[in-house]
Design a protein around this ligand. Sequence first.
Ligand code: FA5
Length: 331
Amino acid sequence: MASTAELEQLREEAAAALAGVADAHALEAWRVRYLGMKGAVRAALGRIKSLPPEQRREYGRLANEIKRGLTAAYEKRKAELGAGTTRRVAPVDMTLPGEPLRLGHRHIITQTIEEIVDIFARMGFTVAYGPEVEDERHNFEALNIPEAHPARDPLDNFFITPSVMLRSQTSTVQIRVMESQPPPVRVVSPGRVYRPDTVDATHSFMFHQLEGLYVDEGVSMADLKSDIDQFCKVYFGPEVRTRFRPSFFPFTEPSAEVDMLFHYEDGSSAWIELGGCGMVDPNVLDAVGYDSERYTGWAFGLGIERMVMRKYNIPDIRLLFENDVRFLRQF
Ligand code: FA5
């Protein structure tokens, strides 16, 4: 037989149990027990039917009052415990040291490019960038490389369409810079280039070059030699020597290969090829609308991987691009 006394007892019991709830898990168990579909409050309400009619009104009023009161108390406790999330039962020791963050860092090629650009900036050069997807005009024609030249062979380049390609040299940026501004020009341009070379310890199908270009009145080969020599001494150390060997590039005349005498830690030394260079061919100046009677200039293109490998004693270019973090983490 249901009675209001039993309802009062239920209210007290539920309130006491709620006061003892310490976490979201216990709160949910409390809710199921008292306010759930099969909980005590609903069961008490269900007993109205069994009462004589004259008691039903009072009993029903009290039961609903208890239900509202417990629901409100439940919501309050839920908010106190933090939006009903399941709390870790184990206490957290806030004084323990945290787990260290695993921070990545820039690739050694990127670090080197930034370092080299910084050295040239101190020598008065600005930096320019050009697209890796190029047209034949910038990669060949404006650089005085005629259609029949072997460097344009489709087997020696990554063509995308018959006239669009992945650039094979950063010399493309010489043209883009000169097209966009009048002389004087004093600029370096680092970036990726692509060639279908057979991959070995010193060759990759993708590598980085640093282009340099200086055009003004009265620029001579002496400027080229002293600027490259100065750069090598700052980057590799004051004991480094450079030499220039006659060579050929369609866009420079005269042309040279630049080598550097590198001293190894064991006391030995060797001449290492850094790249190509020379005096900008008058045809190239004419192609971009510069007055080749008035202006002269020098240009160079150096292989960045070769420099990195020499400086850090890396025996194989493939190590740089395999993405093995155990290797890359060292730099
Ligand atoms: C050139 O690319 C010319 N554009 C350089 C130049 C610029 C000459 C301006 C005159 C004036 P070359 O093909 O020799 O030249 O390449 C330059 C350097 O890039 C090489 O000395 C070498 O250090 C590097 N290099 C060339 N091919 C590869 C390769 N497959 N993998 C890694 N490095 C390479």
